[in-house]
Design a protein around this ligand. Structure first.
Ligand SMILES: [Fe+2]
Ligand SMILES: [Fe+2]
Length: 475
């Protein structure tokens, strides 16, 4: 079969001129399509979906909207244009020209960063693959598929870097991206939150709110990289990530709106009999997703993270806007410390080198960003005259990585015993019954413009289309 890859893969990297890269992608692309068909969205091969496709990186022309048969989606390779005379913005090489080739001495670290980021992209597609069966509207089904094809493109973005800038081991890593699978007991995805199930649409909206926001912060840190191709790739990916978080935030908002309407209409806190999701249940979903996403940032104290920064590979959020020397040698920060055990457990503080607290630094920015949307959720609840506030749980709650992994705490942050945790965790995290109830609401709605019982319609449609537009064609 003859495929003109320079044509089938829209790109702004002069793919047609690079024989070696073309050969690598020619080998990888069929494996990717196989993966998409086997591990991507179920029963979606025959659908025609109103999708946007990245066709260039120009600010006003990059997104093209049309019906697409998903396996024929044109997954492209786009890097933001190079910034003239860009210099490394942080770490030991601050002020030196950025690298346009992999710096040999940092090759292993750079590859690890790219692989860890790349692995999350197909993972999320796998986690969300069943959701197409139960979409609450055609609008939502379309958004799910939009997120899925863009996560697929994000994998392409990372695989491009591996193929173009790393030799054989890069190609091997690219192959392995398609061999690990979310939740696979033998070959799981690298990060645990990307092995969890996303079996209902409330989880999908929480996922795109919290987990894609982790993506935003990781990409923003990598967008500062001294390795210019990585920085430019991530800058373009961030434009797509913003849409994923919009899907999450507006999704949660619409669920809340519907719940509040049902509460007022029926004068009750318990809207389950009326086909809605109780606020307490939504809080439990939030507790779960936020806490597992904090784990994605890694240990608060990390030598790897310090190295990535000092080497100039991974910066801080909005590095150039920070008012310090961007090197942090000798700087110190305070972090929490768990002391004692059993009933004597308490939380102290200790001072460590700021460089080793990079993960915590990024995570704290993530928390602030997460809180902003939660404030908007609470405003919406208050606007309905309802006295209830959603809260992000404390950093100690339900943690499996870092300082707090060995202890248990309530969402308010009170340290409790393992016994109490076992007894009370169902008050804070989704129980089997909660899952069963939410799943019972997940009935597909495919009539244009109609919404499932548990969610309000969106404010507006996609790309100027009406809400009752036929966003997905089943024929
Ligand atoms: Fe992504
Ligand atoms: Fe995303």
């Amino acid at each position: 079969m003859n495929i003109d890859y320079n044509e089938t893969i829209p790109n702004n990297v002069d793919l047609g001129d690079d024989r070696r890269l073309l050969r690598a992608l020619e080998r990888w692309q069929p494996a990717y399509i196989d993966w998409w068909k086997q591990m991507g969205p179920v029963e979606s091969d025959d659908l025609r979906v109103y999708l946007r496709t990245a066709v260039s990186v120009d600010t006003d022309g990059w997104a093209h909207f049309d019906y697409v048969n998903m396996p024929d989606y044109r997954w492209g390779i786009f890097l933001n244009p190079p910034e003239k005379d860009r210099t490394i913005g942080f770490g030991a090489h601050k002020g030196e020209p950025v690298w346009t080739e992999v710096p040999g001495e940092y090759r292993t670290e750079l590859r690890r960063l790219i692989v860890t980021q790349g692995d999350t992209e197909p993972a999320s597609v796998e986690q969300q693959r069943e959701l197409g069966r139960t979409a609450p509207s055609l609008y939502d089904l379309r958004n799910l598929y939009q997120v899925n094809v863009e996560e697929g493109r994000h994998l392409w973005a990372m695989v491009y870097l591996l193929h173009a800038y790393f030799g054989r081991d890069g190609r091997e890593e690219a192959d392995e991206m398609l061999e690990r699978h979310a939740g696979d007991p033998d070959r799981p995805r690298i990060l645990q939150a990307f092995n969890e199930e996303t079996s209902d649409w409330l989880s999908f909206f929480m996922f795109t709110y919290f987990q894609d926001r982790d993506g935003k912060f990781q990409l923003a840190a990598l967008a500062e990289s001294g390795f210019d191709p990585l920085a430019r790739t991530c800058r373009f990916m961030l434009t797509e990530e913003a849409h994923h978080m919009f899907v999450g935030e507006s999704g949660v908002m619409r669920v809340l709106q519907r719940t509040c309407e049902l509460m007022n209409e029926h004068d009750t806190d318990d809207v389950r009999d009326h086909g809605g999701i109780n606020l307490e249940t939504i809080q439990k979903w939030m507790n779960f997703h936020y806490s597992i996403c904090l784990d994605l940032f890694g240990s608060e104290r990390s030598t790897n993270a310090a190295n990535y920064f000092s080497m100039g590979l991974k910066g801080r959020y909005h590095e150039s806007k920070l008012d310090d020397d961007h090197k942090l040698d000798g700087e110190q920060v305070e972090i929490p410390k768990v002391t004692g055990d059993g009933p004597g457990t308490h939380i102290d503080k200790e001072t460590i080198a700021a460089l080793t607290a990079m993960n915590l630094n990024l995570r704290q920015d993530y928390t602030k960003d997460s809180q902003r949307g939660v404030n908007r959720f609470n405003k919406m609840i208050a606007a309905h005259g309802i006295d209830f506030e959603l809260k992000l749980p404390d950093e100690k709650f339900n943690r499996a990585i870092g300082i707090f992994q060995g202890i248990e705490a309530t969402p308010e942050g009170e340290v409790i015993s393992a016994e109490e945790w076992a007894q009370r965790r169902g008050e804070w995290l989704p129980t089997d019954e909660d899952h069963a109830f939410v799943r019972s609401l997940m009935k597909p709605v495919t009539e244009p413009g109609r919404m499932a019982s548990w969610i309000a319609p969106p404010k507006r449609g996609i790309h100027g289309q009406p809400i009752d537009f036929e966003y997905v064609l089943f024929h």
